[in-house]
Design a protein around this ligand. Sequence first.
Ligand code: C2E
Ligand code: MG
Length: 277
Amino acid sequence: MMFSIPDLSIDDQAPARFRPQPGSRTEAARHRRLRRDLTAAVERHNFILHYQPRLSLATGERTGLEALLRWPQARHGIVSAASFIPLAEEAGLITTIGGWVLLAACREAMRWQQPWVVSVNVSPRQITEGALLGQVAAALDVSGLDPERLELELAESTLLGVDIDSLLTLSAIRDLGAGVGLDNFGTGLASLSMLKRLPLTSMKIDRSLVRDLPLDGEDAAIVRAVIDTAKALGLIAVAEGIETEAQRAFLAACGCPEGQGFLFGRPAPAEALRSAA
Ligand code: C2E
Ligand code: MG
């Protein structure tokens, strides 16, 4: 399968690991090599998924697992998503990768001991290129997963300026029975009225708001308000990036139903997480 890859410009936002050194004589060559390697990885499906547990903050029981993409790369070892997703988006590869992720995650969820929800991150390109609904339907059909066990995660920034076609796509996905979660809430400029318009089932409180809890009074007030708003709208609030017991205790006391973070478990290969252990 051939992919058409646009020329990549130097991206200030790209992760440091792959950011070409300004003025470096090898800059263009490195960029070309990386694009070539990523394209080859897509053609060979040479990716893996790690999974990170999500828990009920009231009981400590696992409620689901988030699939996080990893690229086993000859030169860099296992590369995490944050380091290459921007490149995959620029190179026009993310929609193909996203289809693979959906199917692989649904298949993996069929092997779990309990009916935990699997959360899959979705790129805005999968929506704007008109692929997402078909990819979700195919992943559910081929894997046989109960649609209620699949939840898509869309970054808050993705949904700013969401058009009518995207809304229809998300509604159709909800009609299939899958959930739609708003990811990284608190990092963009999403308005509360947008929360009402979108067919959402959950929202994730970004880890930048969790990091300084419980000492930062402003973050504490914002997080409390977000948890209350989610509850009032019938959405499950999930606090991300919980690293300390003090953060967990504060969020639990605020009534945040679910949480995720290094305190409970780092992203790990699927085999390690199939049972509750
Ligand atoms: P995200 O969806 O917000 O995922 C959470 C990121 O935070 C993950 O990084 C995870 O390893 C990290 N993390 C989890 N708990 C903690 C914690 O307690 N502390 C800290 N400091 N970090 C924590 P990762 O795996 O590098 O993923 C980065 C982003 O890449 C994800 O952010 C998501 O937006 C995107 N991504 C991951 N997998 C996919 C995918 O399959 N498709 C698409 N389109 N995007 C993906
Ligand atoms: Mg996510």
